[in-house]
Design a protein. Structure first.
Length: 312
DNA sequence: GTCCCGAGAT
DNA sequence: ATCTCAGGAC
């Protein structure tokens, strides 16, 4: 009988409750000594600035985000400023952060916040998660990090750390399981202020120490209580079910090349011809497919059927 | 489930 | 040169 558990056992609940306070104490201490000094942390930006940092950080390492975030917030300090910007400029400013549809969704989001919410981010999860480009993770992160509310933030780092520390198992990817969600809420500190430190601490620990492949258990603040370490780190680095996404030769690479050619255009030029694009990517069928998909996404406009430009 | 990027590590 | 990593929309 190897049926996947649908909920925590009574024994697991008991063990988790015994561990919780010690983890909270040691993690908070570690956080205060090891937190990276990112510009959107420690109350130095608005809720909108926090949201921008979270959207930029989706699927992207923090170290790559910092410079973009600073330039972006300098240029468009609030939702209304971003909503009014030319879309071509927004896409260009997204630069090489990757997944440029995020930039489009962020500008749409800015439009909704500007018009429906008077330029102030809504303070409730349901309204946040309904915004363009904002899913469960980002809505929860804003509720916790920007508004200080008691919300369980769940991303892959947190799933990995909590699964290891409290259950002694690897989080194997795919969508968040009911067990993972139940666990995240059960261990979350009752006091709102403590819950924010907890969320940030668990995420930071997952990013800096409790990494997927080579966790630094020797320097982990939880090494004395971690169930995963005590069990001999069973299945460490086990293949995630998430499908591998190679890059070479994919539509993602071709779309990237097309957008890069548009971003890097000299001043005064705004279009790139299909002929020029064929020099960059000779496979005409794939190129046409990617141009169409970029247009469909709203990331480019087609000019007279022979060139592309950023949306005006 | 599949599709969206790009940089840093190895 | 190849591998690894990460949320949201559909």
């Amino acid at each position: 009988m190897t049926t996947k558990a649908r909920s925590l056992t009574t024994q697991q609940e008991h063990d988790i409750d015994l561990m919780r306070a010690a983890v909270e104490r040691d993690l908070a201490l570690w956080w205060h000594q090891n937190a990276r000094d990112l510009p959107w942390r420690f109350g130095r930006t608005s809720p909108w600035g926090v949201l921008v940092s979270e959207v930029m950080s989706q699927q992207t390492q923090m170290s790559r985000v910092v410079g973009y975030w600073e330039a972006w917030m300098n240029k468009w300090p609030d939702a209304t400023a971003l909503a009014k910007a030319p879309t071509a400029e927004v896409i260009a400013a997204w630069g090489r952060l990757g997944y440029p549809r995020r930039a489009l969704r962020l500008q749409e989001c800015a439009g909704v916040v500007s018009e429906q919410y008077h330029d102030q981010l809504p303070h409730d999860y349901e309204s946040l998660v309904a915004l363009p480009g904002i899913g469960d993770y980002t809505a929860s992160a804003v509720m916790s990090f920007a508004f200080g509310e008691r919300v369980a933030v769940i991303d892959t780092n947190i799933r990995r750390v909590l699964g290891r520390a409290f259950l002694g198992v690897e989080s194997l990817g795919g969508s968040t399981s009911p067990v993972e969600r139940t666990l995240a809420w059960r261990v979350l500190p009752e006091a709102a202020a403590q819950s924010v430190v907890w969320n940030q601490g668990v995420m930071e620990l997952g990013a800096l120490v409790c990494t997927a492949k080579q966790p630094g258990c020797d320097s982990c603040p939880l090494r004395s209580m971690c169930v995963f370490l005590a069990a001999g780190r069973p299945g460490l680095g086990e293949r995630r079910t998430r499908p591998r996404q190679r890059f070479q030769g994919t539509n993602r690479q071709v779309r990237g090349i097309i957008l890069q050619s548009l971003r890097d255009l000299p001043d005064g030029q705004s279009v790139v011809t299909y002929d020029k694009l064929r020099e960059l990517w000779p496979d005409r069928a794939q190129l046409d497919l990617c141009i169409d998909s970029l247009e469909h996404d709203g990331l480019v406009e087609i000019v007279d059927g022979h060139a592309v430009r950023l949306p005006q």
